[in-house]
Design a binder for this molecule. Structure first.
Ligand code: HCA
Ligand code: CU
Length: 404
């Protein structure tokens, strides 16, 4: 599969309300993205702030494996700012939906002319630049407008046309699907002698971003946009880790990226975005490879894949067992074994009782806590043994106090 992953955590992701990464964090995120092996890092929109300009410039000069890109409106001034940052990738966007053209008091002809001029301008200055044109809100815009603008953009020098589902509107398997849109666009462009790479940029408003992106690939798209944790406007976009795990595991792309870097990358980005990774998030969530209910853990301790379709090792993690009110004796025994504790039937049952009590308070018992549970039970067992022994010996002799 000819595939390019574009990570846009530093551009789309920074459009998450309240998310703003310091420059040194951006560099650290980009270094980890390079270690994962994504092909493009969209590093920001230089026209937004001086800090973003600085970050994009530093990233572009860093000599990372991935191409570093900038986002630009369809304005020469934006293109100038982006090129001054030294980027190897430029994303130009302009919406050609009728209502938006009316808002801007534009006609389609003038808009297309402007898009083509700006792209030709960038191409002239940088023959080696990868240039992407995105008709923003592509999939809700009149198809003829998109086709006309995209064909003109390719003619002017764009290498990539991105199909943006800006509002997360598409649904696979319906008449408004990414497969249908990409196929139609590819054929329409080919009929006009244009053969750009097609990218897909899928928002997650209906929770279908990844499904739509895969639908786009099935239709021949070769570039997928994603971000760490799916960060982005509103419900965000495709989650990078889930996308890579699926492509690596299910689309025969294993070995192309180093997925074991993902946990570190997610820890870092989540901490500084101040967006926690939900516990049940696919691939990178704390519980993504954790088994809980007794029946599950019993099977999973023999082979985790009885209850997993993705191996935890794919992303450098391990399958785990959670102990809580759902646990059974098998999980307790398994965890005790992990601690090197040989527990008899009685102790294991007592541990299970305690684990269930703690679980009912809404907590899990991890291995460290399990050790304390065992110690406490042993101590109280010892105590009751002493008590029993004391009872059989009769009452303690009264203390001799100096009462005279
Ligand atoms: C935006 C909208 C955008 C653009 C995508 C692109 C979208 O925030 O500017 O330029 O390829 O979803 O349409 O992210
Ligand atoms: Cu977007």
């Amino acid at each position: 599969m000819n595939l390019t992953i574009l990570d846009t955590t530093l551009r789309e992701g920074e459009q998450t309300p309240g998310v703003c990464f310091d420059v040194h964090i951006k560099l650290a995120i980009a270094d980890l993205l390079a270690r994962v092996g994504v092909e493009v890092i969209e590093a920001g929109h230089p026209a937004v702030t001086e800090e973003i300009r600085r970050a994009v410039t530093l990233l572009a000069a860093r000599g990372l494996g991935p191409r570093v890109g900038a986002h630009a409106r369809s304005l020469k001034s934006d293109v100038d700012l982006a090129l001054a940052c030294g980027v190897g990738f430029l994303g130009v966007f302009y919406c050609v939906a009728d209502e938006r053209l009316e808002d801007h008091r534009q006609t389609l002809t003038r808009a297309v002319d402007r898009i083509a001029r700006v792209i030709a301008y960038a191409r002239e200055r940088r023959p080696d630049l990868w240039i992407r044109y995105t008709p923003e809100d592509t999939v809700r815009s009149p198809f003829e407008n998109v086709l006309t603008a995209a064909a003109a953009a390719v003619q002017a020098g764009a290498d990539i046309i991105s199909v943006a589902d800006t509002t997360g509107f598409l649904i696979p398997g319906t008449g408004r699907d990414m497969y249908g849109f990409v196929s139609r666009l590819r054929d329409g462009l080919a009929a006009r002698g244009a053969f750009p790479k097609i990218a897909v940029h899928c928002h997650n408003d209906r929770g279908l971003a990844l499904a739509n992106a895969l639908d786009g690939l099935r239709a021949g798209a070769e570039i997928v946009d994603a971000s760490i944790l799916g960060l982005g406007e509103r419900a965000g976009i495709v989650d990078l880790a889930t996308l890579l795990a699926v492509l690596a595991h299910d689309f025969g792309e294993a070995g192309r990226w180093d997925l074991t870097v993902l946990p570190e990358l997610y820890d870092l980005a989540s901490r500084y975005a101040r967006v926690p990774v939900p516990a049940h998030f696919p691939v990178t969530g704390r519980n993504a490879f954790t088994h809980c209910a007794g029946i599950h853990t019993q099977a999973a301790t023999r082979n985790p894949l009885h209850y997993q379709s993705l191996p935890a090792e794919l992303v450098g993690r391990k399958s785990e067992i959670a102990l809580d009110h759902m646990s059974g004796l098998a999980s307790v025994r398994y965890c005790l074994e992990l601690l090197g504790i040989e527990a008899g039937e009685e102790l294991a049952r007592a541990v299970l009782r305690r684990v269930k009590e703690v679980g009912q308070t809404g907590r899990t018992v991890d291995l460290a806590e399990l050790k304390y549970v065992v110690r406490a039970l042993e101590a109280s067992e010892g105590e009751s043994r002493d008590e029993a022994a004391a009872t059989s010996l009769g009452p303690e002799p009264e203390e001799k106090t100096g009462t005279c």
